[in-house]
Design a protein around this ligand. Structure first.
Ligand code: NDP
Length: 481
């Protein structure tokens, strides 16, 4: 049996899914709730076998209790009975990540399931929900002990994929001898969000819209990530990551790429990712000249919220870690030359919002000269909304202009339908073999090549001082709106 990214094989029955790190935070908050969501909506075949793997001495019952608060209600009800049925598909193998014995027990578990079902060409998915420091250890053991030699293996890997160009390449080098590119599924969970996936449909299935997205009509493209909370309790992780690595090099760049790339030559994973890489190659590596603002949150004005450095989990009390960054840069191609691309992200701000805004130019002539320009907006979070602002006449006897929203939000149109969550989409995609919404290595390479010089500058010996802004504010002074 063969597969490629362009002609994938869908896993339908008797698939084995192994979750490494099943005792962890991601598994409880995202992986299991997504699997249960798929199952309860009929999108995960009941013949699937789910095997948890971790070092902890826990049980399936414990995993069930851990993930329960994070599972959402199904659209069809009867969730308790469904949960019971779902967990009958789940078993647990306890073992270390770096020695053979646990993997040998895992192989026995997998093979006895496949023998019982009469499977001759196994379908196996291995989900690495473990810290990046052991990605390659687990990957090596999967290849050695549980790889489906006469079937198909897929390996799902969580971010981060390195922390700069060099470490990302190092990780790629480690995976290369183990798995073929079409066997690896690297997650950026923003690519699982339905409204991110909708971007290509909205652009390219409505040619008039796509044709107007260019330097002649567009004033700027703006991507915003705002979080109303700080690094609370996660300072250890955040201090070595910073806002640029946490959301800009990956999630925001992905959104931006889908909004600005050319139309793929075909609707398949390779063509879509080729178009993304082509677009990324039209940007120049980022450096000091692209910085508009760098910030770190201080105490809230009323003193109730601590500053970043006050956080007990931030150990370096002189840290210059950025909790806010605003960048502006260019895309050097025929479509976008000269259009400012603005990317901003911050924690400890005044609101919770992730959005992209395509701002049209002002009308410079004619009877409605200077009227409010159009905008195409997608809010990805917290409430997915997608609309275009549109000028019309207000009701009445005069010609007073009024701006309304042409709203394409799902909730307007599909009130009762099930809209899959990001992880539900991504896990389903891995079963279908659709890697269009997973990150390919050459995409990673170009994105790290763009951001690594900037990271070197803001983290280097001459790193600039971040501006301190109050927790709960709009961020550093004078940021562009
Ligand atoms: P955890 O720290 O919860 O680790 C997952 C499991 O791995 C633990 O339960 C533990 O299982 C094992 N483990 C932890 N540390 C080590 C270690 N040093 N050596 C060996 N095993 C270890 O991680 P998360 O679940 O939060 O994240 C898993 C992956 O997902 C990471 O790559 C992370 O970056 C990524 N991710 C996580 C998100 C989240 O919301 N949590 C969001 C996006 C990405 P045991 O001891 O039982 O074997």
């Amino acid at each position: 049996m063969t597969q490629s990214a362009s002609e994938p094989v869908a896993f339908k029955k008797d698939t084995v899914l192994v979750i490494f790190g099943a005792s962890g935070d991601l598994a409880k908050k995202e992986t299991f709730p997504a699997l249960f969501g798929l199952y309860s909506e009929g999108a995960l075949d009941p013949s699937t076998k789910i095997i948890c793997y971790a070092r902890s001495n826990i049980t399936v019952q414990k995993i069930r209790e851990m993930c329960l608060p994070y599972c959402r209600k199904s659209t069809t009800g009867n969730d308790e009975a469904k949960m019971k049925e779902f967990f009958k598909m789940v078993s647990y193998v306890q073992g270390a990540y770096d020695t053979d014995d646990g993997y040998i027990r895992l192989r026995d578990e997998i093979e006895s399931f496949e023998a019982e079902r009469g499977v001759t060409e196994p379908h196996r998915v291995f989900y690495l929900a473990v810290p990046p420091s052991i990605f390659l250890t687990v990957a090596g053991q999967v290849k050695k002990n549980v790889y489906a030699e006469n079937g198909i293996t897929r390996v799902i890997v969580e971010k981060p994929f390195g922390d700069d160009l060099e470490s990302s390449r190092e990780m790629q080098k480690g995976f290369k001898p183990l798995f073929r590119p079409e066997e690896i599924f690297k997650i950026d969970h923003f690519l699982g969000k339905d409204d991110v996936r909708r971007l290509l449909t909205v652009r390219f299935a409505n040619p008039f819209l796509n044709q107007s997205w260019n330097k002649d009509n567009i004033e700027s493209v703006q991507v915003w990530f705002k979080e109303p909370f700080g690094a609370e309790g996660r300072g250890g992780f955040f201090d070595s990551t910073g806002i640029i690595r946490d959301v800009m090099q990956n999630h925001l760049l992905q959104i931006l790429t889908l909004a600005t790339m050319e139309e793929p030559v075909a609707n398949n994973a390779d063509a879509i990712r080729d178009a993304k890489v082509d677009l990324l190659k039209c940007m120049e590596p980022l450096g000091p000249e692209n910085i508009v603002a760098l910030g770190q949150y201080g105490r809230s004005v009323d003193g109730t919220k601590p500053s970043y450095l006050d956080d007990d989990t931030v150990l370096n009390k002189k840290s210059k870690c950025l909790t806010f960054t605003e960048l502006t840069f260019a895309i050097h191609n025929d479509r976008w030359e000269g259009v400012p691309i603005v990317m901003r992200a911050g924690k400890g701000l005044d609101e919770d919002r992730v959005e992209i805004r395509i701002k049209y130019k002002k009308n410079t002539s004619g009877m409605f000269k200077g009227c409010t320009p159009n905008e195409f907006v997608i809010h990805f979070h917290p409430k997915p909304t997608i609309y275009m602002t549109f000028n019309t006449k207000a009701p009445g006897f005069d010609d007073k202009l009024h701006q309304i929203n042409l709203d394409m939000t799902y909730a307007q149109e599909y009130k009762k339908d099930w809209v899959p969550e990001a992880y539900e989409c991504l896990i389903k995609d891995a079963f279908l073999g659709n890697s269009a919404n997973y990150v390919r290595d050459d995409e990673l390479d170009v994105s790290w090549a763009l951001f690594t010089p900037l990271l070197k500058y803001v983290e280097g010996p001459n790193a600039p001082e971040p501006e301190i802004y109050p927790y709960g504010s709009t961020g550093p002074k004078g940021i562009l709106e």
